[in-house]
Design a protein around this ligand. Structure first.
Ligand SMILES: NC(=O)c1ccc[n+]([C@@H]2O[C@H](COP(=O)([O-])OP(=O)(O)OC[C@H]3O[C@@H](n4cnc5c(N)ncnc54)[C@H](OP(=O)(O)O)[C@@H]3O)[C@@H](O)[C@H]2O)c1
Length: 389
């Protein structure tokens, strides 16, 4: 009898042991990498299910019947007259335990199926993310209803940003125009998106730092002094600063660095040609400069050290070796085109990115704002937002 009970007990204990071991494994995995390894509750369920399944596999697969128990007891040498109330009580306990094991098999099977479905969906999401950088940003419900303020809300980008904030389900905390005091906007917002003018960047960055708000900074044409002020503010506030918020452009910039590392400046002249609408006031574009910086980085130097050649006109002399050239075209309503060329004596490599709709920038900026919420202070790029860093 005791051996029979012990057998049933072992099954229960084994289940508990495996559940416990599974939980410990999950805790260890979580402490190493909460995102990649065991990032969903489904994974935890899988480990628990494995424990239960193993236990159920080693347990009688059906209920112990009354007659079977009596036969087992007789086989174990227990006298028939000893089948007292005490034995019946033990019999009920045994039956209950065997039922528990039987049900555990079903629970384990269901949990494994659920986990497999969750794993499959996670893998599909992971694959699609790898090829769909411009895909929808996480909704603001996921980002807990980010309150977003927009400076320059009446501008071309400002209007699109307001639409994209609404489309993402975020809360529009308000907006400012030229001459408005931005302090109240920063106070009312968790993250402010600034696509106005370079001259406003340092003031907006300082307000973000003072009030501890996130800032997504898209204005182009910042001077070295403005950029230093932004970097200083990023010591106290999380700031995403990017020359271009469109996902595809950031991918091209990442490729530019890799190509430049493989194509030595002594043999391959790097030239960047950009074209924008006739209203654009700064040249070369911030994106073109970001491409130039990426090329310089790939060659183990900086744009300043490599040397910048732009606005060639008249008798300019021969092109410098290793320098990075820029040409800016302006006209019509071109949203943005950038071509990076590596030209050698016998071959020529060119990568072109064309934006047909500036909404791509607004979508990227709202995505950056959602990503920024709750981040530690620091100066981030779109590469960080897109996971390309
Ligand atoms: N990083 C990117 O991906 C990206 C993409 C597109 C554009 N941009 C840059 O974003 C900026 C805006 O572009 P846009 O095409 O939207 O220009 P826009 O149509 O001229 O809009 C700018 C708006 O900001 C307002 N503004 C100017 N200074 C301000 C201040 N201190 N406070 C509040 N509002 C102010 C302007 O008001 P007024 O009309 O009264 O001057 C205007 O309404 C430019 O620097 C552009 O190069 C960056």
């Amino acid at each position: 009898m005791d051996r029979l009970e012990a057998f049933a007990d072992i099954s229960i204990r084994r289940a508990c042991a495996f559940v416990g071991l599974g939980a410990v494994a999950v805790m260890i995995a979580l402490s190493f990498d909460p995102i990649l390894a065991f990032r969903t509750g489904a994974d935890i369920a899988a480990v628990l299910a494995a424990g239960l399944a193993f236990s159920a596999w080693r347990t009688p697969r059906r209920n112990i019947r009354h007659t079977e128990l009596h036969a087992m007891l007789r086989g174990a040498g227990v006298p028939p007259n000893w089948l007292s109330a005490e034995v019946k009580r033990r019999q009920i306990a045994l039956v209950l335990r065997s039922r528990l094991a039987w049900h555990a098999q079903r629970v384990a099977l269901a949990a494994i199926l659920l986990w497999a479905a969750a794993l499959f969906s996670w893998m599909v999401q992971g694959w699609s993310r790898a090829v769909d950088l411009a895909g929808p940003a996480p909704s603001c419900h996921e980002a807990r209803m980010t309150q977003i303020g927009i400076t320059g809300i009446a501008g071309r980008m400002g209007k699109l940003l307001a639409e994209e904030v609404a489309a993402a389900g975020c809360i529009l905390a308000g907006g400012t125009g030229r001459g408005d005091d931005p302090r109240a906007l920063f106070q009312a917002s968790e993250v402010v998106i600034d696509f106005t003018h370079a001259h406003a960047a340092s003031l907006h960055a300082a307000l973000a730092a003072e009030l501890g708000r996130g800032l997504v900074l898209g204005s182009s044409g910042l001077s070295a002094g403005d950029e230093a002020a932004v970097a200083e503010a990023a010591r106290r506030a999380p700031i995403v600063y990017a020359a271009n918020f469109a996902a595809g452009v950031n991918l091209v910039i990442a490729m530019a660095e890799k190509l430049a590392a493989a194509l030595p400046g002594a043999q391959y002249d790097a030239e960047i040609v950009e074209m924008h609408h006739r209203q654009k006031v700064d040249a070369p574009s911030g994106t073109a400069i970001a491409m130039g910086r990426a090329v310089a980085r790939g060659r183990g130097t900086t744009l300043e050290e490599a040397g910048r050649e732009s606005g060639r006109d008249g008798h300019t002399g021969a092109r410098g070796t290793g320098t990075i050239g820029f040409a800016a075209l302006r006209g019509g309503q071109v949203v943005g085109e950038h071509t990076l060329i590596f030209a050698a004596g016998s071959e020529h490599i060119a990568i072109t990115h064309r934006s047909f709709d500036r909404r791509a920038y607004a979508t990227g900026a709202v995505r950056a704002a959602q990503w920024l919420k709750g981040r530690a202070p620091g100066l981030y790029s779109m590469n960080d937002v897109l996971g390309l860093a």
